[in-house]
Ligand binder design. Structure first.
Ligand code: KIV
Ligand code: ZN
Length: 520
């Protein structure tokens, strides 16, 4: 890296991000996400934790082979088996990074590792040196860095660099630090570690106190030149620093933070959407990518905006790829126009089958709804993409609701190619609908979340339903949209269930190892 103000973006959406409850992504979703990240200009993509599960290993292997610009990375503990697995999974890429880590705080060394600081020091020597046998791009992280004794951190960082690490990452693993303290940590490393100029300093901040982005930016201002982050800020517990917020803060306040990134910001909104479809919805008021991030409700704001956009807008929606809501198409629009609209909305990798299904749904929707917005079309395509991969699909649903009688649902499902019918009553229409699914495909999952949002305004708006379910400690999320909330509910439940079935079959043999990893 020659430009001293260039900040590298290291994305860990598919590793740390996937560790958040309900955020597990399918193999296909990870491939789709990687392609967008690659196009968007992310420098390094941490594609997974190869030893953790066969699914992670396969994903890192596949992603390593498709990236054109980004460098793939894999995570490993200080274990030769972990490092070997990383190398095996990454070796299909022309360049790759092995990211190895160990805890250095007194608390973690004693209670988690049961190792002395001398033993941890020796382990760094052994494992960073070992990783260097496979690549000269080795990153070393001192887990729980912000609760580590500063002199000890300086010693370990110096050693890791001496053993060949080219990136030194300082994680705020439990989201405990504040900007002034983090500035001090990075500054001390810069001033006290004699060989620090031989490595890029990196920051990795968690959001437990809502300070992940502020701490990351403080780290950059103190001299860090790599930021580890995730799209939509997903990650362990309260998440990681949000990539879109870091990038747009640097771009918008370049007067105070004169740094550059390689990110094509116009793709941020699309990346956010693809990640939220695979994981869970983004809160409406989320900075940069929330539905309301560029909406102006108050009359006084709208008036100012009409006179001069700068009055209440510090960046344009277009700069992050948000197009103004537009009335797009009606029931007379043809397949060709529909396909063009999809490209316009950023759907480039969509299969013909998905287009066909989405177009059919669009025609039905255009018949029902006066105005079809871009958001409606996006919801239809997202829905069709999920259904394209489903093992169990909804064929038909009738729900009888209202006062006076028990609510009842009649359902037909395609279960692995076999058409099955049933009718059930329940405590409300949603309960009756979900009971039908349970009857036709007996299973035992816990419903953790059921949430309904309107895609656009008006009583004829499509409803987007999100469902999160749990089985043996594993969670999956499903989303679906329809003008009929019950149909959306059934499809969202089925999407989560289909993901659970795939997950079950993929990781069963190494489940114990996997659970152990994810609990780090
Ligand atoms: O938060 C953390 O400490 C991590 C490390 C593995 C880098 O995710
Ligand atoms: Zn982390």
């Amino acid at each position: 890296m020659t430009d001293k103000n260039r900040v590298l973006l290291f994305d860990t959406t598919m590793r740390d991000g996937e560790q958040s409850p309900g955020a597990s992504m399918s193999h296909e979703e990870k491939i789709q996400i990687s392609r967008i990240f690659d196009e968007m200009g992310i420098d390094i993509i941490e594609a997974g934790f190869p030893i953790a599960s066969p699914g992670d290993f396969e994903a890192v292997t596949a992603i390593s082979k498709i990236l054109k610009n980004s460098i793939p990375a894999g995570l490993s503990r200080h274990s030769k088996k972990d490092i070997d697995a990383c190398h095996e999974a990454l070796k299909g890429a022309p360049r790759f990074r092995i990211h190895t880590f160990i805890s250095t705080s007194p608390l973690h060394m004693k209670h988690k590792l049961n190792k002395s600081s001398e033993e941890v020091y020796e382990s760094i020597k052994e494992h960073v040196t070992y990783a260097r046998n496979f690549t000269d791009d080795v990153e070393w992280s001192c887990e729980d860095g912000t609760r580590t004794d500063m002199d000890y951190m300086c010693k370990t960082v110096e050693l890791a660099i001496k053993c060949g690490a080219r990136t030194i990452n300082i994680p705020d693993t439990v989201g405990y630090t504040v900007p002034s303290e983090f500035t001090k940590i990075i500054t001390t490393l810069k001033n006290k570690v004699p060989n620090i100029d031989k490595a890029v300093l990196s920051v990795h901040c968690h959001n437990d106190l809502g300070l992940a982005v502020a701490n990351s930016l403080a780290g950059v201002q103190a001299g860090a030149r790599q930021v580890e982050c995730t799209i939509n800020g997903i990650g362990e517990r309260a998440g990681n620093a949000a990539l879109e917020e870091i990038v747009m803060a640097i771009k918008t306040r370049n007067d105070l933070m004169p740094y550059t990134t390689g990110i094509k910001t116009e793709l941020l909104s699309k990346a956010s959407k693809v990640v939220s479809n695979a994981t869970f919805p983004v809160q409406f008021n989320k900075a940069i990518v929330g539905k309301n991030a560029f909406a102006h409700e108050a009359g006084i704001h709208q008036d100012g905006m009409l006179k001069n956009r700068n009055t209440y807008e510090i960046m344009t929606p277009e700069s992050v790829g948000v197009k103004q809501t537009s009335l797009v198409m009606g029931k007379h629009s043809g397949r060709h126009a529909f396909k063009e609209k999809l490209t316009d909305l950023g759907y480039v990798d969509v299969t013909d089958d998905v287009i066909q299904t989405a177009f059919g749904k669009f025609k039905i929707l255009a018949d029902k709804k006066k105005i079809v917005y871009d958001e409606d079309i996006a919801a239809l395509v997202d829905d069709s993409m999920v259904q394209d991969k489903n093992l169990i699909n909804l064929k038909s649903l009738k729900v009888f609701a209202g006062t006076g009688e028990p609510q009842r649902a009649e359902m037909t499902l395609d279960v692995y190619g076999e058409v099955k019918k049933t009718s059930e009553t329940g405590d409300g229409p949603v309960d009756a609908t979900f009971k039908c699914i349970k009857k036709l495909y007996p299973h035992d999952v816990k419903l953790l979340l059921y949430q309904v949002h309107a895609v656009t305004e008006g009583t004829d708006a499509q409803a987007t339903v999100s469902v999160r379910i749990e089985e043996n400690g594993k969670t999956t999320v499903g989303q679906a949209a329809d003008t009929d909330t019950m149909v959306a509910s059934a499809n969202a439940y089925l999407a989560a269930l289909n993901k659970m079935i795939i997950k079950r079959s993929k990781i069963a043999p190494q489940e114990q190892e996997h659970q152990k990893m994810k609990g780090i």
